[in-house]
Design a binder for this molecule. Structure first.
Ligand SMILES: Cc1cc2nc3c(=O)[nH]c(=O)nc-3n(C[C@H](O)[C@H](O)[C@H](O)COP(=O)(O)OP(=O)(O)OC[C@H]3O[C@@H](n4cnc5c(N)ncnc54)[C@H](O)[C@@H]3O)c2cc1C
Length: 463
């Protein structure tokens, strides 16, 4: 595939300003200190942090396509300190202290990302403005209160705020907005610029990236190894499996994680009078609920990017390029964007794309290392990996360098992935829960209230 083809995978890759010509593949077999599968945020942050900690390490990243090819080069650019599991769920599963430690580590990730971008001169359009959960009807307001309460109960109120309609409208004007929950620790980012810039920073620090090289299997042991289509990589210290959704392709990890799609559209650059109507002069990223739910960002060149919460699951976890293009979901996303902002009515959308993100059975990310086998695993962000992958990199660096720290005691480090059901039960369960959520949303909008009980499908499949 030529450089030009890779630009077609997202607006972000097309406009990242980097040369997307693949780096040379692995040339035969190799012996290294640390071998990492995947040049997305997880693999690149891990490589970067390891090299920063110990510049003498020989670190090799093995990537089946190019750096930033996966979700990291295609996402919504929502870089917010929200962990994939709500604080209340973390508290219930692991206790208040652990939940608070996770929340604080996520807040540190925002600082770390900002610091590294400055140190390495990476212009990823990182601008702080926080993440806002938007209520577009009164019945959404209790959801905002739940989000606020999650952080308040951890003593972290100063990082969040509940905004009434007028306070929210001081940030921007959204059709029917009734209020917002504001997680102040967040930024918008151009994700492909971040991934491509990080890859260059890894190389500047002496790390190597072999592109167009597919890992087919791996084995723990002395030494742990990656078996690729170009040769074998043996690692003196560790192999790191950082392939997120694509890890489901490896027989040993097939049931650890499933790929779910997510799709986005982006408008043409909007004229000044449209921005005057909308406001949105800050750098907040947004999301909201209901049938028109979405995650939103705005770009450095004055466009609105809208991601649809309409993920699909491919039977057998089969990831193909066809999943990236779904005209029904693109049409839905364009419609929903115009519901949020009627001022978009007469303006076009120039790009539409999709990608896959990794969902673990219990929604809990894993960031672990087994020193006996030499195998490290970091995956499972359920669509909230932009900031979380930085945390993975920092956690794995402490684990791999045997540094005892607060990070190595976070619950993700001892988390054992819960296996997904075999097919066809897996597809049946995921699709039933997905459809029942859409139905639930329609019902809420008809009746004006949320059901207090999870749907039958969600209860049966424990989702
Ligand atoms: C459309 C979309 C929108 C999203 N929006 C947001 C958002 O706004 N905010 C947010 O926080 N999160 C978002 N996410 C999720 C977020 O992008 C991911 O959680 C994050 O990028 C994961 O990074 P990663 O490095 O773990 O995985 P990836 O970026 O998927 O990288 C994995 C890499 O590993 C490579 N790889 C995998 N297997 C192999 C193998 N066997 N051999 C060689 N290479 C391999 C892949 O090619 C890929 O480049 C979104 C995801 C999608 C798809």
């Amino acid at each position: 595939m030529s450089a030009k083809d890779y630009t077609s995978y997202s607006f972000w890759l097309e406009t990242c300003g980097d040369d997307l010509t693949p780096r040379p593949p692995l040339d035969g077999s190799a012996d290294v200190d640390v071998a990492i599968v995947g040049a997305g945020f997880t693999g690149l942050w891990t490589a970067y942090q390891l090299l920063k900690r110990d510049p003498s390490l020989d670190v090799l990243v093995v990537e089946q396509e190019i750096a930033g090819f996966g979700a990291s080069g295609r996402n919504g650019g929502w870089c917010v300190a929200d962990f994939p599991l709500h604080p209340a769920v973390l508290t219930k599963r692991y206790g208040r202290d652990a939940a608070r430690a996770v929340a604080l580590a996520m807040i540190d990730s925002l600082d770390d990302i900002e610091r590294v971008l400055a140190d390495e001169g990476i212009d990823a359009h990182f601008s702080r403005g926080g993440g806002m959960e938007i209520a577009r009807a009164d019945y959404d307001l209790p959801l905002l209160e739940e989000s606020f309460e999650g952080y308040r109960s951890l003593g972290l109120d100063k990082h969040v705020a509940l905004l009434d309609k007028d306070e929210a409208e001081a940030h921007l004007r959204i059709q029917d907005m009734t209020g917002a929950f504001w997680m102040k620790e967040g930024a918008r980012v151009q994700p492909a610029r971040l991934a491509r810039g990080l890859a260059r920073a890894v190389e500047r620090r002496g790390g190597r990236i072999a592109e167009r090289t597919t890992v087919l299997d791996y084995a723990g042991g002395a030494p742990p190894k990656l078996m690729t289509d170009r040769g074998e990589v043996r690692a003196r210290r560790a192999i790191v499996m950082a392939g997120e959704a694509y890890l489901s392709r490896l027989p040993k990890l097939r049931r650890h994680v499933i790929p779910m799609t997510s799709h986005m559209v982006v408008t043409q650059p909007l004229p000044a009078h449209v921005w005057e109507k909308i406001g949105w002069e800050g750098n907040e990223v947004l999301y909201g609920h209901g049938t028109m739910a979405g995650y939103l960002n705005h770009t450095a060149d004055g466009r609105i990017a809208f991601g649809a919460y309409r993920g699909t699951y491919p039977f057998g976890s089969r990831i193909t390029d066809d999943l990236d293009r779904n005209d029904d979901i693109f049409a839905h996303a364009r419609r929903a964007a115009r519901v949020w902002f009627p001022a978009l009515e007469n303006y076009g959308f120039t790009h539409a794309w999709g990608g896959v993100l990794g969902v673990p059975r219990d929604r809990m990310p894993t960031m672990g290392f087994n020193p006996q086998t030499g195998v490290a695993l970091a995956f499972g962000y359920s669509g909230e990996g932009v900031a979380t992958a930085n945390l993975s990199g920092r956690v794995l660096t402490d684990l791999l360098t045997e540094t005892d720290s607060d990070l190595t005691r976070l619950p993700m480090t001892s988390h054992q992935p819960v296996p997904w059901e075999p097919e066809p039960l897996r597809a049946l369960g995921v699709n039933l829960v997905r459809r029942s959520r859409y139905k639930e949303n329609e019902q809420v909008e008809r009746t004006g209230k949320y059901s207090t009980r999870p749907s039958l499908a969600a209860r049966v499949f424990n989702r």
